[in-house]
Design a protein around this ligand. Structure first.
Ligand SMILES: C=CC1=C(C)c2cc3[nH]c(cc4nc(cc5[nH]c(cc1n2)c(C)c5CCC(=O)O)C(CCC(=O)O)=C4C)c(C)c3C=C
Ligand SMILES: [Fe+2]
Ligand SMILES: [Fe+2]
Length: 344
C-alpha cells in the first residue's frame, strides 16, 4: 500500500528559550546544515551559538507565534489535512527537526499498512540543508526499522509548470492594482561552500553570475541556479518588465560568505536609491515561518522605512491555498496511480 510523508523544516516546541535551544541544537548540529567536522561544529554550536542565540531567537519567535503554535507547523498541518481530503492515500506530516518527527511519521504510515512511501520535502529547490538531510534521515530510519519499505522522493519542483503557475497567481493576486515599483524575490540563503559541494561536475560552479545561466548537469543540485530559475520563470509568466524585479538571499548566519546579494542590504539600497513602494515574495518557503513573518515582514519593512521607503508589501507563502493543495494532491495521485516504482 502507498502513502505520503510530507516533510517541512520544523520549529521549537514553544517560545521558551530552553525549547528554542533544544531545537537549534538539533538543527545546527546537523552536518548538512553546519558542515564542519564534528568537533569544530560542536565547539561552534554548543560552545558559542547556543550561549546567545536561543534568547534572541526566542524573542523573535514570540513576535510571530500563534495561539495554536508555530505558524510553520500550523500551516503545514492545515496543508496536510486539506491534501488528505483530496487524495486516496494516507498522508502523514513530519518535521526534519523537532516534532512531529520523521520517525513518528514513518511509524504512523507503517502502522496503516504502508510499504511504499512518497517522501515529499516541502521545498521547491534542492539543498544539502533541506532535501538532502531529509532523505538521509528518513533513509537511516527506514534501514533500521522498516527495511521492507520503499521510498520514492518527490523531486525539487522549482521549474514545474504547475508550481510556477500557482506561485505566479499568488503574486498576481496580491499585486493586482498595486502601484509597486520593484518586486524582490528573496530566498533563504546558504553558504557559498554548500553550492560548490553540491556541484556534481566539480567544475561548473564558479558563483560568478554566469554559471547558473549556463546549462549544466550541476543544476540538478544547485540551489542558486534553481532560485534564479524561479525568479526567471515567474517573471516570464507574469510578463514582468526587466529592471522591475530581482533576486536576493536572506537569513545568513556567521561570517562565511553566503549567497549574494543579501536581502537586508538590497532592501536598504533600494530605499536609499529612492524606491518608495516595493513588494517582496519568499518562494524558498512553502509555509510562512519565522523567516518570512519576522525577518521579512517586520525587520525588512523597518529597514525599508528607516531608509526612506513608504510601502512594503509582503506576499504570503503558498501555505494552504486551494490551488496549491490541488496541485500537490494531483502530483500525489499521479504517483499513486503509477504501477512501476522508481526507488531512490
Ligand atoms: C530553503 C530553506 C532553508 C535553508 C536552505 C536553510 C538553511 C540554513 N538555515 C540556517 C540557520 C537557521 N535557519 C533558521 C530558521 C529557518 N530556516 C528555514 C529554512 C531554511 N534554512 C526555515 C523555514 C526557518 C524558520 C523555522 C521556523 O520555525 O519558523 C534558524 C532559526 C531561527 C534563528 O535563530 O534565526 C537558524 C539558526 C543555516 C545555518 C542554514 C545553512 C545552510
Ligand atoms: Fe551556478
Ligand atoms: Fe534556515
Amino acid at each position: 500500500m502507498k502513502g505520503v510523508l510530507l516533510v517541512n523544516l520544523g520549529s521549537p516546541k514553544s517560545t521558551d528559550p530552553k525549547d528554542v535551544k533544544t531545537y537549534l541544537d538539533e538543527f545546527l548540529m546537523d552536518e548538512r546544515v553546519i558542515d564542519l567536522p564534528y568537533i569544530l561544529r560542536a565547539i561552534l554550536v554548543k560552545g558559542i551559538i547556543l550561549n546567545t542565540r536561543p534568547k534572541k531567537s526566542a524573542e523573535a519567535y514570540s513576535k510571530i507565534w500563534w495561539d495554536e503554535g508555530s505558524p510553520l507547523i500550523v500551516l503545514s498541518e492545515r496543508l496536510q489535512q486539506k491534501i488528505d481530503n483530496f487524495t486516496s492515500v494516507p498522508i502523514s506530516l513530519a518535521m526534519r527537526y523537532g516534532e512531529p518527527s520523521i520517525a513518528n511519521g514513518l511509524k504512523e504510515l507503517h502502522d496503516k499498512g504502508v510499504n511504499e512511501v512518497l517522501l515529499a520535502p516541502l521545498y521547491p529547490q534542492y539543498a544539502m540543508a533541506t532535501t538532502e538531510t531529509i532523505i538521509a534521515l528518513a533513509e537511516e530510519i527506514r534501514r533500521e526499522h522498516y527495511p521492507e519499505m520503499q521510498f520514492t522522493v518527490l523531486p525539487p519542483f522549482y521549474n514545474h509548470p504547475d508550481y510556477i503557475t500557482v506561485l505566479s497567481r499568488s503574486i498576481a493576486e496580491k499585486l493586482d492594482n498595486l502601484d509597486y515599483e520593484h518586486l524582490l524575490f528573496s530566498y533563504h540563503g546558504v553558504p557559498e561552500r554548500h553550492i560548490r559541494k553540491s556541484d556534481i561536475t566539480k567544475s561548473h560552479c564558479k558563483l560568478d553570475g554566469s554559471c547558473c545561466q549556463t546549462a549544466s548537469k550541476a543544476h540538478q543540485f544547485c540551489y542558486r541556479h534553481q532560485s534564479f530559475e524561479i525568479t526567471r520563470l515567474v517573471g516570464e509568466k507574469l510578463g514582468l518588465k526587466e529592471g522591475t524585479f530581482s533576486t536576493s538571499f536572506q537569513s545568513r548566519l556567521g561570517f562565511d560568505p553566503w549567497l549574494r546579494p543579501y536581502t537586508d542590504r538590497t532592501i536598504e539600497k533600494m530605499a536609499l536609491e529612492g524606491t518608495k513602494k516595493m513588494a517582496i515574495v519568499t518562494p524558498a518557503f512553502v509555509s510562512d515561518c519565522l523567516e518570512t513573518l519576522e525577518e521579512i515582514a517586520m525587520e525588512g519593512e523597518e529597514i525599508f522605512e528607516e531608509n526612506g521607503g513608504k510601502e512594503f508589501t509582503v506576499i504570503p507563502c503558498l501555505n494552504d491555498r486551494e490551488d496549491w493543495v490541488k496541485t500537490l494532491s494531483r502530483w500525489i495521485d499521479e504517483w499513486a496511480k503509477q504501477k512501476v516504482e522508481v526507488v531512490s
